[in-house]
Design a protein around this ligand. Structure first.
Ligand code: SF4
Length: 467
């Protein structure tokens, strides 16, 4: 039997258990040796900036860092696709000893000449933090020579958690925003922050706003463009979807330009409707509100019968959710409820205390809530709760399959859009297809789980949560 590591016990919580009134400990560095599912600081920056399609992304470090994040998101572009290439300075022993600044300067100069990007982002990786290259100085020099923004991203992998990578990406983006520097003024206009257009979601959301009569000034960063980001301070509202990664940028823009922001989610029926309504309410425009009501009504009427069809088959199933940001987890709990699926386990890599309090509120008694979990913990909880489905990302997929559970990718790798009303239908279809697959009956783990059910009794649960 697998025990929760002693120093992680306070990062695990069960609603309604004896320790139910204590808060969950979160926002701390991963416990050494726990094999956290979290990515490094550099990866956090890379995934946020990656979808800017007309920028050059140069990873300053050993080639492995670039290979690890090469084409890491499936972010679609309606135009240039420079973001899909992974450039690296490929540092070797020689540069580790004598410094990599010359190599960085040469790589930047050569790449800008070859690809004529609108801007360049230079990511500092772990090794740069150790050898101390002055990335800022090299970027400044190349910017002066080449006449495009060359922006250092201070994302040395060991510097903190993935969340620190988001922060570094927001600081880099803010440099572009400041370059444009216009005051808010476009009427009925927004920026879409924190959607990465993995499978065309940004386009779906943009279409909703078009139908509502709202102008989208920039998408940061899904299908992103440097010039649009430079214009972004002129919009009337920042609408933030992935709050974990983009709230920092929204706050910086609010402080500097007085540009307000709203946190929303475009996942699930209620949250998508509420996202659109909250933008309509912000502008307090009768026409916009009327068009929003029409849009929501017709979309809900269109998809609801099919959702009910899947619910009939899925009612009573149990799910585990482990995602990067907790805002996504909130929406998933609600969306699963529409399908009659109970959330038995839910967790995130980057949730804060308020996020976990909200999760406690919306989850059923008995739900296990975890911060920064690891594969062994997750497997154990899945076994104990006998879940039918795991929703997660690339690193969780093998866990689900090894445990004989269905899987829904809600992260970088998926190819089907899960945002908006149409996305809810796609989600239902995917969950249905995976859970109802006959393959799980042949899974050895599933067969073992059936015979071990008795072993995972109430007593074990009690022992796990006693402090
Ligand atoms: S930055 Fe560091 S932790 Fe991240 S991939 Fe590179 S070497 Fe690994």
């Amino acid at each position: 039997m697998i025990e929760i590591l002693k120093d992680r016990k306070k990062q695990v919580f069960q609603k309604g258990a004896e320790t139910g009134d204590r808060g969950i400990v979160c926002e701390k560095a991963s416990l050494a040796g726990s094999v956290s599912q979290r990515a490094c600081v550099f990866c956090g920056s890379r995934v946020v900036l990656y979808p800017i399609a007309d920028a050059l992304h140069l990873v300053h470090g050993p080639v492995g860092c670039a290979a690890y994040t090469w084409d890491i998101r499936g972010s679609l572009s309606s135009g240039p696709e420079l973001h899909r290439l992974s450039f690296s300075t490929d540092l070797r022993e020689k540069e580790v000893i004598f410094g990599g600044e010359k190599k960085l300067y040469a790589a930047l100069t050569e790449l800008i000449k070859a690809y004529a990007p609108k801007a360049a982002f230079v990511y500092a990786t772990c090794i740069i933090g150790l050898i101390g290259d002055d990335v800022q100085a090299v970027c400044k020099k190349v910017q002066a020579e080449q006449g495009i923004p060359v922006i250092p991203v201070h994302s040395e992998g060991f510097r903190g958690t993935k969340k620190d990578g988001y922060k570094a990406a927001c600081e880099a983006l803010f440099r572009l925003v400041v370059e444009g520097g216009g005051q808010p003024g476009f009427p009925l206009s927004i920026n879409i922050l924190g959607d990465f257009n993995l499978a065309g979601e940004t386009w779906m959301i943009k279409e909703y706003y078009r139908q509502m009569g709202i102008k989208v000034v920039s998408c940061i960063t899904g299908d992103g463009r440097v010039d649009e980001i430079r214009e972004s301070s002129r919009a009337g509202l920042n609408v933030v979807q992935c709050s974990g990664s983009m709230t920092q940028l929204a706050k910086m823009m609010e402080e500097t330009y007085g540009l307000p922001f709203k946190r929303v989610s475009y996942f699930g029926i209620e949250d998508t409707a509420e996202a659109l309504y909250s933008v309509a309410r912000h502008f307090d425009d009768l026409q916009v509100m009327r068009k929003t009501e029409e849009l929501v009504r017709s979309e809900v009427n269109r998809i609801y019968p099919e959702v009910q069809h899947y619910r009939k088959a899925l009612e009573g199933k149990k799910a585990a959710i482990y995602v990067g940001g907790s805002f996504k987890a909130f929406s998933l709990v609600k969306a699963l409820r529409h399908l009659g699926i109970q959330t038995a386990i839910v967790g995130s890599q980057t949730g804060n205390p308020e996020d976990y309090e909200y999760l406690k509120e919306i989850c059923d008694a008995g739900t296990i809530i975890v911060d920064d979990t690891n594969p062994l913990e997750l497997s154990r909880f899945m076994m104990e709760k006998d879940v039918d489905l795991l929703i997660g990302g690339v690193k969780e997929r093998p866990i689900a399959y090894k445990m004989g559970a269905a899987f829904c990718d809600h992260n970088h790798e998926r190819k089907t859009a899960l945002a908006g009303f149409e996305g809810m239908l796609n989600f239902c279809r995917e969950v249905y297809a995976s859970i109802m697959s006959p393959v799980w009956q042949f899974s050895p783990a599933r067969q073992r789980r059936a015979t071990m059910e008795q072993t995972f009794s109430e007593e074990i649960t009690k022992a796990m949560f006693s402090t």
